[in-house]
Design a protein around this ligand. Structure first.
Ligand code: ADP
Ligand code: MG
Length: 477
């Protein structure tokens, strides 16, 4: 896509906060809601003389993510000191990885407007988070609870070309880390932080333009908007003959624009060097293979299986695999009901609507997967009609009771006895003599639907619709 004869080039860095219990280099808790500076030992506070010790689970999570992104996992990676001053980083450097990161060279694919897009992953490296500065007008307080929480920084190649691709790339990374259960993906709490690097070049030009980094955008919708704005801003500047300066900008969601925060340091300004406190990180083949063996099925593969093995349409497969918990739920419903498409329909329409209205996760659904599966079976075996099933579903949602119990309590079993249905049909026809006449004489066509509706209503929705149709057709001949 081009805009005003220019093409955008975008690369994204995503800080994935790993959901380990303890920090990257010490045993302090990573809990989000701790009291101020509650989770701070001398290591988190960066006291001189303390020694960092690597968190094994964080390393496992990094490997897991690297494998899911198709990266090469380095057998030997190096922790480096990235030196800079910031009040919320008292030791004056951040422990990160530099020229030998744990994961290198992967790719992710996703769809944008129905077209497959592949984005290269340059690297994913382990590092520690900084603390937080809380500004109170004239003074600032430092909270170091976040200092030392493990982050995996996933760096993309500059392969992204449009704001929509950028947002979808972010959603895909979020989906993957949530499937892997290595990060909760909560953007508002900062568990995922996106930095977008944007430059523009004349269409057809080979050389990249100077990039600008937009930092810490906390929703994918804002990723899209911020990049849209930035592309136009840069094109305007280039058209005016100005030079783009390499800088870091922030997104202002209220004013819908980006603004300059600082000019950007180059790598040499950080004076990276291997951290002498930490040995090289060695990962064995066995460790990698052990992790590979317990990797969950990833969204795209799972969606493909739902299409190939369950015969679901692409749309259903994609909605159901959007979140691992929904896909798990669907598989349980389908296993119980043995009706794939009907299971999918009930989840995608009724269940997801109720969950959204109640603002609930599927794992908190009052209707458990097996219960929904049995409801689907009860329709398939003719115990209740699809229409009655909706009423039963509502009752299940309210009470959490089994469908069978509700059907019994309320006497909702479908009427499949032809004699009983004939009786209702006769009553309806008798009460609508004029319409019967009009139908038979051909004066009014298409009254069949009217009669079906009237009979269904008279039976409180319990008559079997096929039988109602059949009997009506005979009587109206
Ligand atoms: P820095 O050293 O400034 O952090 P990197 O080379 O590490 O820069 O790249 C950071 C991110 O910027 C990567 O995601 C990369 O794909 C992207 N990037 C690099 N050059 C450009 C460019 N000219 N335009 C847009 N994005 C770019
Ligand atoms: Mg970088």
């Amino acid at each position: 896509m081009s805009s005003r004869g220019y093409e955008a080039v975008i690369g994204i860095e995503i800080h994935v906060q790993l959901s380990t219990k303890s920090k990257m280099f010490c045993a302090d808790s990573t809990a989000f809601n701790g009291g101020d500076n509650e989770n701070v030992s001398p290591v988190s506070a960066g006291m001189p003389g303390t020694l960092p010790v690597v968190n094994k689970v964080a390393v496992e999570y990094a490997i897991k993510t690297g494998l899911a992104l198709g990266c090469n996992i380095r057998k030997k990676s190096i922790f480096a000191r990235k030196n800079y001053f910031y009040p919320d980083m008292p030791k004056g450097y951040q422990i990160s990885q530099y020229d030998q990161p744990i994961c290198e060279g992967g790719r992710v694919s996703f769809k944008v407007d129905g077209k497959e897009k592949v984005v290269g992953i340059t690297r994913a490296h382990l590092e520690e988070d900084a603390g937080k500065s809380n500004h109170h007008g004239e003074y600032t307080l430092i909270n170091l609870n976040r200092a030392g929480i493990p982050l995996l920084e996933v760096v993309s190649e500059p392969d992204i070309r449009t704001p929509a691709e950028a947002a979808e790339y972010g959603r895909t990374i979020r989906q993957i880390v949530r499937y892997l259960d290595v990060c909760d993906g909560n953007l508002e709490e900062g568990s995922l932080r996106c930095d977008c690097n944007v430059s523009v070049r004349k269409e057809g030009a080979e050389k990249f333009g100077t990039k600008v980094e937009i930092k810490n955008i906390n929703s994918f919708r804002f990723v899209e908007k911020a990049i849209e704005y930035e592309i136009e801003r840069q094109i305007d500047a280039v058209e005016r003959g100005e030079k783009i300066i390499q800088e870091t900008r922030l997104w202002d969601p209220d004013k819908n624009r980006t603004f300059s925060m600082r000019t950007k340091e180059d790598a040499q300004d950080y004076r990276y060097f291997p951290d002498p406190d930490l040995l090289p990180l060695l990962v064995s083949d066995k460790m990698i293979e052990d992790i590979r063996r317990v990797m969950p099925e990833l969204p795209l593969v799972r969606a493909k299986r739902f299409q190939d093995e369950h015969g679901l349409p692409e749309y259903d497969a994609s909605v159901l695999t959007n979140e691992k918990q929904i896909a798990d739920y669907y598989e349980e419903v389908a296993k119980e009901s043995k009706n794939f498409k009907a299971s999918s329909n009930w989840i995608m329409t009724e269940l997801i609507r109720e969950l959204n209205t109640a603002n609930k996760e599927i794992t908190d659904s009052p209707i458990k997967a097996q219960q929904l599966g049995r409801l689907v079976s009860l329709i398939d075996n003719g115990t209740i009609s699809g229409k009655i099933a909706k009423t039963v579903f509502q009752e299940m949602w309210q009470s959490g009771k089994d469908a069978e119990v509700i059907i019994k309590e309320k006497g909702l079993v479908q009427i499949t006895d032809p004699a009983a249905i004939e009786k209702i049909v006769d009553e309806v026809l008798a009460a609508n003599a004029q319409n019967v006449e009009d139908h038979k004489s051909g004066k009014k066509k298409n009254l069949l639907g009217f009669f079906v509706g009237a009979v269904m209503k008279a039976s409180k929705g319990q008559a079997n619709p096929d039988l109602v149709n059949k009997i009506l057709l005979e009587k109206l001949k």
